[in-house]
Design a protein around this ligand. Structure first.
Ligand SMILES: O=CN(O)CCNC(=O)c1cccc(Cl)c1Cl
Ligand code: NI
Length: 187
């Protein structure tokens, strides 16, 4: 079971590597890893388990954060509206790829955090507001999905990880809370 001890922290070189594509269909090892990553996210969002296992909450996780330089990400973003479960996203993506993205940009009003970063880094992380992503699932089936708002932000944070990019790389150091016109702020 993945715990915080398995997550490497900034300064570890693997976080800055470009991760390698995995064979499709994924191997049994990569399927197991993906399942463990998704379970970690669910545990981290369960108040009892998170407390018990001393987990920081997370809505996404990338294999490089476990010192495994593979293009595997997991996202578990519950829908804000229980009546519309389809607005959330919970899946493991193998070899995810952003096929296209909106010109319009967006950011989270409260900024971003990262389990590999043991400090607050204030500032807007400006990303594409909408993206079209292709990926393979654990069975090796290819998917192409369109994401927007919070789901799009989270998947971009995770795809950054497999490209060796950290969220604060996107923050304007001189003016972290400055926003260009037209950037959608997601609360
Ligand atoms: O790479 C994944 N993590 O580091 C897990 C912890 N961070 C989050 O869950 C998180 C928090 C805020 C905004 C975004 Cl976009 C994300 Cl992803
Ligand atoms: Ni992160």
């Amino acid at each position: 079971m993945i715990t915080m001890d398995d997550i490497i922290r900034e300064g570890h070189p693997t976080l800055r590597d470009v991760a390698k594509e995995v064979p499709i269909p994924p191997t049994a090892e990569d399927v197991a890893l993906g399942k463990e990553m998704l379970q970690f996210l669910k545990n981290s969002q369960d108040p009892v388990k998170a407390e018990e296992l001393h987990l920081r909450g997370g809505v996404g996780l990338a294999a490089p954060q476990l010192d495994s330089s593979k293009r595997i990400i997991a996202v578990h973003v519950p829908s804000v509206d229980p009546e519309k479960p389809e607005n959330g996203i919970s899946t493991v993506m193998y070899n995810p790829k952003v096929l296209s993205h909106s010109v319009q940009e967006a950011c989270l009003g409260e900024g971003e955090g990262c389990l590999s970063v043991d400090r607050e880094v204030p500032g807007y992380v400006v990303r594409a507001a909408r993206i079209t992503v292709s990926y393979y699932d654990a069975e090796g089936e290819k998917h192409k999905i369109r994401l927007k708002n919070y789901n799009a932000i989270v998947v971009q944070h995770e795809i950054d990880h497999i490209n060796g990019i950290m969220f604060y790389d996107h923050i304007d150091e001189k003016n972290p809370l400055q926003l260009k016109d037209g950037v959608l702020v997601i609360e």
